[in-house]
Design a protein around this ligand. Structure first.
Ligand code: URA
Length: 435
């Protein structure tokens, strides 16, 4: 087979065969195809798209580039939730122990933060002692023992994604629905849960800026997952403003613990957890419908079982469980600066992407892939879109261990906020549920 001929075929918008796609993925993993040819292939795929067969072939070839977890020792229906990435999206830390406490095993491989959007692994690593770098066999033992394990991405699972994603990141080819689908679904199939719930973010702080593209991404995620024999569903949720109030690693851990303790149950963050949980329990046949599944999640929180499961999870992965009652044991930043309302009125904009970028400026995220993370840094926002504020009210507090980073985060944050005399229309949090 000839790489140039395959690139030209895709450039001319002619569908590729399974063999041609497998040849490209094998060449990527074995380093027999150079980055410049892979980049040209990715750009041709970005511009001309991949049809459903090609999307399945590339997903399957990526899956086969590495190992698959064998979960046959765990009899119950296993669930996994995947968010397409957002700002202050701490749902995994609340949903996973809640669902696990209800008897549904959660075996997750999560990622690090990517650009302005946070990552579960970075949040967990802000807990002193917590280990995400665990072997596949340890992960299986932990899952069998306690129904919950969250591991970092290993080089043995879907190595093709690591290679292709790092090229996509620097060649302007990230926001392609088939490439996103193959990247996400290959990893989900490799970790091998029976039920996969996709939280597809839509809005300023998401890859999908509008509802039509969010819907088509959701439909493709579901249909390709089903081709692998999985039960899949998608929730399309708004990412116009940060989901939670806290942005940044240890700050988000604190917000998750507060919700697990039964506080802030009317927040958007918890409302999304309820819906995700309801859909998960329904698809896992633990609830007769989504509403009763959401009520089971409420009970898991109110009874304290979800918090107990979270403590067990932290402990079994080496983390210090004293953080639950003493947040001062979590990393904290030395400097803080308040952002005040400069006029009286309704908050009409709290732009998620700009706030995510301001959070990266504090040191809570990475600009380069090997950047050091300031685990205590980030932003706490006191308001939501539609809230009435008076001039001088504190809208947000920005935290950083560096005075210089604090100032640049503050400068970035300024353009995220708009205040208006007229009350803006209410924002819909859950835009659609596709089961
Ligand atoms: N998340 C992934 O894992 N892959 C993508 O391509 C986009 C988001």
């Amino acid at each position: 087979m000839n790489t140039v001929k395959i690139i030209i075929k895709k450039r001319n918008n002619i569908p590729l065969s399974q063999k041609e796609i497998e040849y490209i993925i094998k060449g990527a993993v074995e380093h027999t195809i150079p980055d410049y040819q892979l980049s040209a292939f990715l750009m041709a795929a970005f511009i001309n798209g991949l049809n459903d067969d090609e999307t399945f072939f590339i997903t399957n070839a990526m899956l086969k580039s590495g190992q698959t977890l064998v979960l046959s020792n765990i009899q119950s229906i296993k669930a996994d939730k995947h968010s397409t990435g957002g700002v202050a999206d701490t749902t995994t830390l609340i949903l996973s122990p809640a669902v696990a406490s209800l008897g549904v095993p959660v075996i997750k491989m999560s990622g690090r933060g990517l650009g302005f959007s946070g990552g579960t692994i970075d949040k967990l690593l802000s807990i002193p002692g917590f280990k995400t770098d665990i072997t596949v066999s340890d992960a299986l033992n932990l899952a069998q023992k306690s129904n919950i394990v969250i591991m970092g991405q290993t080089k043995d699972i879907v190595p093709a994604d690591k290679i292709l994603y790092s090229l996509r990141d620097v060649t302007g080819t990230v926001e392609s629905i088939p490439l996103i689908v193959s990247s996400i679904v290959s990893k989900k199939i490799a970790t091998n849960s029976d039920v996969i719930i996709y939280d597809v973010k839509c809005g300023s702080g998401a890859f999908m800026k509008d509802i039509n593209s969010a819907r088509s991404l959701s439909e493709k995620l579901i249909s390709i997952s089903k081709k692998f024999g999985k039960r899949a569903a998608a929730i399309i949720s708004s990412m116009e403003q940060p989901l939670g109030n806290n942005i940044g690693n240890s700050l988000e851990v604190i917000e998750a613990i507060e919700i697990l303790k039964g506080n802030y149950l009317s927040s958007d963050l918890y409302n999304l957890v309820r819906v995700l949980g309801g859909v998960t329990l329904f698809c896992c046949q633990k609830a007769t419908d989504i509403q009763s599944g959401s009520e089971m999640i409420d009970n898991a929180i109110k009874s304290g079982y979800a918090l107990e499961k979270f403590i067990e999870f932290i402990s079994q992965q080496g983390g210090n469980t004293d953080i639950i009652n003493d947040y001062s044991l979590l990393p904290q930043s030395k400097y803080k600066k308040e952002f005040l309302a400069n006029e009286t009125g309704y908050i009409s904009k709290l732009d998620a992407q700009t706030i995510g970028m301001a959070s990266v400026e504090t040191g809570a995220g990475r600009k380069q892939k090997d950047d050091y993370i300031d685990f205590g840094a980030g932003i706490i926002i006191n308001s939501r879109i539609g809230d009435y504020v008076k001039k001088g009210d504190i809208i947000a507090t920005i935290y950083s261990s560096s005075q210089q980073k604090l100032n640049s985060a503050y400068n970035e944050f300024i353009s995220a906020v708009e205040i208006n005399r007229n009350k803006p229309p209410k924002q819909k949090l859950v835009i659609d549920v596709i089961v």
